[in-house]
Each structure stands twice: as structure tokens, then as C-alpha cells.
Design a protein around this ligand. Structure first.
Ligand code: NAD
Ligand code: ZN
Length: 258
């Protein structure tokens, strides 16, 4: 309880706090993470090797890429998932004026579904398609019949092949997203890092940059991470985000009333 009070106080004293979230914030919505104690890659290391080849597959043969996407077992799980109490607590903290932005590594859209407004999807979203040539994004729904009939979607602006907006391993972060994230990180004086192992780069640079430029970095995670060991985080609250974040939101609300 002491740590909950401490993080609530830190949030109340901050001028511009942001959250940085990872797969761990969505495990309580039924979407498995990669490297947590019950992560997909802990159980199936071959899946990790396949993940590194997806982007090259798109570049070489977009039709093959879309066949792979259609076969994926994770996207249908994400489509059906609902936000949990951790997503809702962050949305509440935004409404209270205490979290100004969420930078998420997740592709599941659950922060939007929970009502958060200023969300940067660092690794894109499963519900959109993106053109790697001109950067245009489109709602996946517009193309769903075409994709399901085995054809490859094309950009309405430049006619090049479209891929999912999801940033795959070995794929560059879209520049608009990179610049927006960087600006938020440079501006924040507190970063709440929720449910990420912080080993996927360049996303993992963000808390490290925040720290280097003077922000307080607070982790919420089931276990210690490289951020804990490297001394990037000022402190860690160990436990489930779905339990801890609502308590923090409650404490912030209570202290604001006093
Ligand atoms: P990761 O799998 O590497 O690490 C997840 C972290 O969350 C672990 O440190 C784990 O201890 C912690 N965790 C798990 N459940 C938790 C809980 N209930 N409460 C607190 N902590 C919890 O995930 P990552 O760091 O986000 O990197 C994986 C990459 O894969 C990301 O870039 C992301 O794009 C992608 N990914 C996304 C989703 C999604 O959209 N939901 C799911 C899996 C992977
Ligand atoms: Zn285009």
C-alpha cells in the first residue's frame, strides 16, 4: 500500500506524466505476451524464429504474407479481446489530467477501446493497413472482403501493396510515430512503465531516454526487468497491472479530493 501511495503522490506532483505499456497490460484480457512467465515464446521458441521473417516475406511476396496473416492464431484472439481494469485505470488517469499520453507497444487497440484519447501505437494496430511507400493508413474493415477472397490489398493513394499496420520485427518504425513518441518522451517528467520486458528496440530506448533527460521512471511488472537491473527505473511495484493500476487511480482520486 505504501508504494501505491508513493506513485499516486509522484503522479500528483508531476507536470507531464505519460505511460509506456507493453504486452503485459493485455495478458489479463486473454492476449498472451511473448516473454512473461507464461509467454508464447517461452512455450514455443520456433514461433519467435518465424516472427523475425514476416516482414521480409511481405517485401518478397505480399501474397504469401497475406496467406500467413490469414493463418495466424493470435489475430483472432486480439479481435475478440476486451479492455481490462488496467486499461480502464489509465483512461481514468487521463480523464483526471494525470496521464497525458500513452505510448503502447501493443497492437491490440485496447487503450482506445478503454476510452484513452492520446494514444501512440508504436508498433501499429491490427485494425489498420499501412502502405510502406507513402505511409497512408486505412481501416482494415474496408479491405476485409478482398483479403478474405485471397487478393492482396493495394494503397488507394499510390497503388503499392498494403501490409498490416503492425510493425513486424526488422521493420522500421513509421517516422510519424517515431517523432510523436520522441516528443512525448522528451516532454515528460514521469513515465509509468506498465507490463513490458523493455527488450524490444527501438521501443525499449524510450524509458532509457526519459530517464537520461531527467524523468522519474516507475515500473509495474510481475517481475524485475532490465530497466530494474540497469537502474533505469526509480522503483518497481511488483504485481498484476490489473490490480495495481486501479488502486493507483483510486488513490489519486482520493488525494485530489483532500
Ligand atoms: P514481453 O512479452 O516481452 O513482456 C511482457 C512483460 O509484461 C513481462 O515483463 C511480464 O513479466 C509482464 N507481465 C505480464 N503479465 C503481466 C501482468 N498481468 N501485470 C504486470 N506485468 C505483466 O512484451 P513487450 O515488452 O510488450 O514486448 C513484446 C512485443 O510484442 C511488443 O513490442 C508488442 O508489440 C508485441 N506484442 C503485443 C501484444 C498485444 O498487442 N497485446 C501481445 C504480445 C506481443
Ligand atoms: Zn501508398
Amino acid at each position: 500500500m505504501e508504494l501505491i501511495k508513493k506513485v499516486a503522490r509522484d503522479l500528483l506532483e508531476s507536470k507531464y506524466a505519460i505511460a509506456f505499456t507493453g504486452a503485459g497490460i493485455s495478458t489479463e484480457s486473454g492476449i498472451p505476451d511473448f516473454r512473461g512467465p507464461f509467454g508464447i515464446w517461452k512455450r514455443d521458441p520456433e514461433a519467435e524464429r518465424r516472427a523475425y521473417k514476416v516482414y521480409t516475406k511481405f517485401l518478397k511476396d505480399p501474397r504469401e504474407y497475406w496467406i500467413e496473416v490469414q493463418k495466424s492464431t493470435i489475430y483472432p484472439i486480439i479481435d475478440k479481446a476486451l479492455p481490462n481494469s488496467a486499461h480502464r485505470a489509465l483512461s481514468e488517469l487521463e480523464e483526471l489530467g494525470k496521464i497525458m499520453c500513452i505510448i503502447t507497444q501493443n497492437i491490440d487497440g485496447l487503450h482506445h477501446k478503454a476510452g484513452s484519447k492520446n494514444v501512440i501505437e508504436f508498433h501499429g494496430s491490427v485494425s489498420k493497413l499501412r502502405c510502406i511507400c507513402c505511409g497512408s493508413r486505412f481501416d482494415k474493415k474496408e479491405f476485409i472482403n478482398l483479403i478474405e477472397s485471397g487478393r492482396v490489398p493495394k494503397c488507394k493513394i499510390c497503388e503499392n501493396f498494403l501490409k498490416l499496420d503492425v510493425v513486424h520485427f526488422n521493420e522500421p518504425i513509421p517516422p510519424d510515430i517515431y517523432i510523436r513518441s520522441f516528443n512525448e518522451v522528451m516532454r515528460c517528467d514521469l513515465m509509468l512503465v506498465c507490463g513490458t520486458s523493455a527488450v524490444v528496440y527501438p521501443a525499449a530506448e524510450l524509458p532509457r531516454i526519459a530517464k537520461r533527460y531527467g524523468a522519474k521512471v516507475i515500473e509495474i511488472n510481475l517481475e524485475e526487468t532490465t530497466l530494474t537491473f540497469e537502474g533505469v527505473s526509480d522503483y518497481i511495484i511488483k504485481g498484476r497491472v490489473g490490480e495495481i493500476l486501479p488502486k493507483i487511480a483510486e488513490e489519486v482520486k482520493r488525494s485530489k479530493k483532500e
